[in-house]
Each structure stands twice: as structure tokens, then as C-alpha cells.
Ligand binder design. Structure first.
Ligand code: AIR
Length: 202
């Protein structure tokens, strides 16, 4: 049965070189039956076109904007400054700093101008977050998200079940004991009390 596409998401990429990752957002929205438009726009290299796009987006029916860029990522912030639509920022791992630069410049927005920031290269999750926002308005999107979550869980449980049958991930008694002692060790390493004690013991 053919599904009608509902909602509309604007996806922006800072460069053509970002498209391989950015297309994951478009693909996920397609799976959820949400319509979208994808544009390459740079807050630094094409600032006027970026603002023009954002200012005309709402009139075209866009309801959420996903902005993806690498390095000094001012795309999502610029978009959020020019619209009251929800903006989701996707930091990308391009450039010498591997995405940390992009993450910090996307997430650290001043109060009143929020950008909902997903993980580095998290384009697929940006689409799922956009779908959850649209799900407030569209019951069909809520139902598709529910179906996608159920299918995902089933797939995961089947994979784990198959691995258990092959004896790959069932910890034997020796391995279980080892796993428990490793977990205790990790907790100790993470605990500030533990590390203070270790420092005193040195
Ligand atoms: N970028 C483009 N304009 C502003 C920024 N921050 C980013 C792109 C890309 C990186 O710079 O999003 O991740 C490198 O772009 P290019 O075009 O040189 O490959």
C-alpha cells in the first residue's frame, strides 16, 4: 500500500563534501514517509542565500530544519537566528579536529536561540528527532515511528538470539566471573572516591 508523505523537513548541508553523511537524514525521513528538501548552503560562503532559504522555508511548508556542517559550524546557529521553527544541528567529523570543533560550535547556543544538537555525524538520528517533533502534529508519523522501533527491536533480538545459539556471546562461568570483576574494576576507576583513595595510596 502506498503511503502518503506527510510533514516537511528542510535539510541543509554546509558543503557538497558533507553529502554522504547528510543523505542518511534524507533516507531515514524517506523510510518514515516524511517529505523533505535537501540544499547545500554555507553560513560562511553563501550567507545571503542561507538567510533567504530560511526566511522562505516556512511559507513553503517546512516545519523542522536539520542543519549539518563540519569544522566551525555556524550553519545551525545562523538558521536558528532567522526562524522560530525547531532547528536540529548535526555536527560533522570533517577537518583536522575530527568533529569536536563542529560539536562545540553547534551545541553552545545562547539562551533563547536553541539548536537541538545530535551526535557527531548523527544525521540519521536528526531525522528521527525531526520525526518525533512532527509526530506531535501527525498521528501517521507517530504510528510509523512506533512500527520502526518495533522492527528495530525485533531485528536486534533476532541477531542476539542467533549469536546466543551459536554460543558466541553467552558468557561461560569463567568468562562471567571475569566480566564481573572487570565491571567492578571499571566502577572503581570511574568513582571519584576510588580515585581519591588511589591518589592517597600513591
Ligand atoms: N563549512 C562550509 N561552510 C562553512 C562550514 N563550516 C564546512 C562544511 C564542510 C567543511 O566546512 O560543512 O564540512 C569543509 O568544506 P569543503 O567544501 O571545503 O569540503
Amino acid at each position: 500500500m502506498k503511503r502518503t508523505a506527510v510533514g516537511r523537513v528542510g535539510i541543509l548541508a554546509g558543503s557538497q563534501s558533507d553529502l554522504e553523511i547528510v543523505r542518511k537524514a534524507r533516507d531515514a525521513l524517506g523510510e518514515l514517509g516524511i517529505s523533505c528538501e535537501l540544499r547545500v548552503l554555507s553560513a560562511h560562503r553563501s550567507p545571503d542565500l542561507t538567510v533567504k532559504y530560511v526566511q522562505s522555508a516556512e511559507a513553503r511548508g517546512v516545519e523542522v530544519i536539520v542543519a549539518c556542517a563540519g569544522m566551525a559550524n555556524h550553519l545551525a546557529g545562523t538558521v536558528a537566528a532567522h526562524t522560530r521553527l525547531p532547528v536540529i544541528g548535526v555536527p560533522l567529523a570533517s577537518g583536522a579536529l575530527g568533529g569536536l570543533d563542529s560539536l562545540l560550535s553547534t551545541v553552545q547556543m545562547p539562551p533563547g536561540v536553541p539548536v537541538a544538537t545530535v551526535s557527531v555525524d548523527g544525521a540519521r538520528n536528526a531525522a528521527f528527532l525531526a520525526a518525533r517533533i512532527l509526530g506531535i502534529k501527525y498521528a501517521a508519523v507517530r504510528a510509523r515511528l512506533e512500527a520502526a522501533a518495533r522492527a528495530d527491536r525485533r531485528r536486534y533480538e533476532e541477531e542476539v538470539g542467533a549469536a546466543l545459539e551459536e554460543g558466541e556471546s553467552r558468557p561461560g562461568p569463567a568468562r562471567a566471573t571475569h566480566a564481573r570483576s572487570e565491571a567492578r574494576q571499571q566502577t572503581r576507576l570511574r568513582s571519584p572516591v576510588g580515585s581519591a583513595r588511589r591518589r592517597r595510596a600513591r
